[in-house]
Unconditional design. Structure first.
Length: 469
């Protein structure tokens, strides 16, 4: 049964904490076999407010220099990425010289558990995995050695976001990382609630987001996580980790993205937390119970290290981007409703920046017929809005405007969008969004989360994953 959003949030927002100094390398984080049972407002209140490392003073870089990332290693001929499909961990290996790929799910393995392999061709910025019987075998967008976005099949296949992993490294000064939730993939059936709902029954009409602060000892073996905040986390604001040979075991963590855990927000002892972070600060977090399939089996998040200074939003908006639009299906409509049509979810390549930007806005759209050789549409506009004054690269009041052919856009009822008409006379809808952005290696990356009120009148989760070309 669909649960309508309430007017209150289940998670208290922690005060902002900006980290002016730091050094980031790579960590691969995995924890298995902990029992989580994070239910009850009293437990949550204590977890967030009962002391802990968040009361420690901020330790800044003694040199006074701004936070910076180390020079990443030159990408090898073959690069391996660990990723999440929200839920579930995947592995992807790309040989950019030979033009070959290999990928497979890890958490929910195929039967037989053998990787999908083949050759790819470079096609207008994407890696095309080819076709079989007229059906796409998938696309990959790779920033070698930094991030890979994999669609493992046709447009119905949920997106996998992957980053490379190496050994443990030191982060001696506290550095913040910001993220959005990945919801579109795990809303995979029409019986699910169309709006992710927290334990209290509250909803997130603008999208799930969060951030946390990390620092380590000088050897990189002892990790401290602090100041976890946002509307996506559920659990303690601070926890710890121990890193050895590139694997960090977490202790005392809660949920980084609660919005696929029904009303219980609990996982069995088989629950696994996997976090991987590339050398330029792009990271993924997957929290999944491999013994459960469907329902509250897990969720994921994707994000980037906070830039050392506020981004120039007009420069972000002026970039040329490729990426993917991940769209959840229409959900929860009663059979007798006049809105009873069902639209499947999709994962499709997009381009933004082909039309001139203006201030905080950028224009782009899908490639027609899922074909990246065609000219991309210019019927969708992102307005990043104002950048947060306390977290660089965080845009809490972004919005998306796109065509509304079904005229599903209804203001107010479900905290929905604003209907409009574009210059060509077509119906549009503008709906709120949140976005995080960074500039690893001088290239902007944008992760955006919204509820698409043109796809479902109650709002259907969508994300945009964009990397500057």
């Amino acid at each position: 049964m669909r649960q309508e959003p309430s007017k209150t949030s289940a998670v208290a927002t922690m005060p902002a904490l900006h980290e002016p100094g730091g050094s980031l390398h790579l960590a691969h984080i995995r924890r298995a076999g902990s029992a989580w049972a994070l239910a009850g407002a009293g437990v949550l209140a204590c977890m967030i407010g009962c002391g802990g490392p968040t009361s420690n003073p901020v330790v800044v870089n003694a040199s006074g220099s701004p936070a910076s990332l180390p020079t990443p290693p030159t990408p090898a001929t073959t690069n391996t990425y660990i990723g999440t499909q929200s839920p579930g961990v995947w592995s992807l290996t790309l040989n950019d010289t030979a033009g070959t790929y290999s990928y497979q799910p890890v958490t929910f393995p195929n039967s037989p558990n053998t990787p999908a392999t083949g050759s790819f061709t470079n096609s207008h910025g994407f890696l095309s995995l080819g076709q079989a019987n007229g059906t796409s075998l998938g696309y990959i967008l790779e920033a070698p050695g930094q991030m890979a976005l994999l669609r493992p099949g046709d447009a119905t296949a949920p997106l996998v976001v992957g980053v490379p992993q190496t050994s443990c490294y030191s982060i001696p000064y506290r550095l913040r990382f910001e993220y959005i939730g990945m919801q579109a993939a795990n809303q995979s059936d029409q019986t699910a609630s169309p709006i992710p709902v927290a334990a209290s029954g509250s909803a997130i009409p603008t999208g799930a987001y969060g951030s946390f602060v990390v620092n380590t000892d000088t050897s990189g073996s002892a990790w401290t996580f602090q100041n976890l905040q946002g509307n996506a986390p559920y659990g303690p604001a601070g926890f710890s980790g121990a890193c050895s040979s590139g694997t960090l075991s977490l202790s005392g963590e809660g949920l980084f993205n609660e919005y696929n855990f029904s009303d219980t927000l609990s996982l069995t002892s088989a629950a696994v937390t996997t976090m991987a972070m590339g050398p330029t600060g792009i990271f993924i977090i997957d929290q999944t119970d491999p013994t459960l399939i469907g329902g509250n089996d897990g969720s994921a998040s994707v994000g980037v290290a906070e830039p050392s200074s506020p981004l120039t939003t007009s420069a972000v908006a002026a970039g040329q981007y490729l990426g993917f639009w991940s769209q959840a299906p229409t959900n929860g409509r009663p059979p007798t409703s006049i809105y009873a049509q069902y639209l499947p979810g999709f994962t499709s390549p997009v381009s933004f920046g082909q039309a001139a930007s203006s201030g905080t806005t950028m224009t782009g759209g899908l490639f027609p017929n899922d074909d990246v050789t065609q000219t991309p549409n210019s019927d969708t506009t992102i307005n990043l809005g104002a950048q947060s004054s306390s977290i660089n690269g965080f845009y809490p009041s972004a919005s998306v405007t796109t065509l509304d052919p079904n005229q599903d856009c209804e203001p107010g009822t479900f905290a929905g969008g604003v209907p409009g008409i574009n210059a060509e006379g077509f119906s549009t809808c503008t709906f709120p969004a949140v976005a995080v952005a960074g500039n690893p290696e001088g290239k902007y990356v944008i992760f955006l989360y919204a509820f698409n009120y043109t796809y479902d009148y109650t709002g259907s989760a969508m994300e945009l994953y964009l990397y500057q070309q």
